[in-house]
Design a protein around this ligand. Structure first.
Ligand SMILES: C[S@@+](CC[C@H](N)C(=O)[O-])C[C@H]1O[C@@H](n2cnc3c(N)ncnc32)[C@H](O)[C@@H]1O
Length: 274
């Protein structure tokens, strides 16, 4: 399956992935596979984690939320439905935005949710437009995290909240392992918790919370592997072929091992723009 990458050029401490690669992944069957594995909220912990972060970020009916890398818009609709807030979803993949629009219309949430095509590195919004900038398990795809955080700061009102979860590098690893893990996901690189903390402070945020939930991440990696190997195996093979299933299984096995060894993890950061 060509859209599961096996090698990419390493440039400095980054793999040479671009927005075009991300588009290929999420326009194709791999994007669909993620929804099958994780649900329409394509992140660890689904709506449970969305609610935890909503409470911590202070989402309510008076807040405007920008979900950066919103994919199918699952979290955006959940927030609008449950908290009555206005949500703008921003995503760079046309297929994801089209699908998010369709699902928003189907649920009759157009008065609260807007889905927009655009790049997180050049957000198509005016300064100080939002109360909350939100992200779940997606900023690992972004090629320049420093610029992403600066953009988030620009579009936030003073006193506004940045709240996100992400997949991070949490331990040392050999170059080959680092390349294989990132290549499988089409990540240019993963930040570390300390790296995110520094980027947030540099951009003008005070850190409200930094929560390392890596043990949960390892548990979820096992859950996804188990689903892939058991309940979803025959459906995926009949729909996408044995080669795709095998490539997915090989890649996921690398992630399960790295998560068990504490080399990759996941967690939440919350900051306030001062
Ligand atoms: C794992 S999915 C996001 C899941 C979503 N946050 C959720 O919780 O349901 C990754 C998404 O990030 C988007 N993406 C990656 N890089 C991007 C960028 N630079 N700007 C905007 N969207 C981007 C992809 O198109 C894809 O839809």
């Amino acid at each position: 399956m060509e859209l599961i990458y096996t090698n990419k050029i390493v440039k400095g401490k980054k793999l040479d992935f671009s927005i075009a690669d991300v588009n290929e992944v999420y326009e194709g069957s791999v994007g669909v596979l993620w929804e099958i594995l994780m649900g329409e909220q394509i992140h660890v912990g689904a709506d449970v984690q969305t609610d935890i972060m909503a409470q911590k970020a202070g989402v309510n009916k008076n807040t405007s939320v920008l979900d950066v890398c919103s994919a199918l818009g699952g979290p955006a609709r959940h927030l609008a439905r449950k908290y009555g807030c206005k949500v703008t979803g921003l995503d760079a993949t046309m297929k994801m935005v089209d699908e998010a629009v369709k699902r928003t219309e189907k649920e009759g949430l157009m008065h609260l949710v807007t889905n927009k095509l655009g790049n997180a590195l050049d957000m198509p919004f005016k300064a100080a437009a939002f109360d909350i900038v939100w992200g779940q398990d997606a900023w690992c795809y972004v090629t320049d995290k420093e610029r992403l955080i600066k953009e988030a700061c620009r579009v936030l009102k003073t006193g506004g909240i940045i709240a996100f979860t992400d997949w991070v590098q949490s331990g040392n690893m050999a170059d080959k392992e680092w390349e294989d893990l990132n290549c499988f996901m089409a990540f240019p690189y993963m930040e570390t918790f300390a790296g995110y903390e520094q980027l947030l402070k540099q951009a003008g945020f005070v850190i409200i919370e930094k929560e390392d939930r890596s043990p949960d991440f390892a548990k979820y990696c096992h859950i996804y592997q188990d689903k892939l190997r058991n309940e979803l195996k025959s459906a995926i093979i009949s729909q996408y072929g044995a080669q795709m299933w095998k490539a997915a299984d090989n890649g996921l096995a690398l992630w399960v091992k790295a998560a068990d060894e504490g080399k990759v993890g996941w967690g939440r950061m919350i900051g306030r723009k001062v």
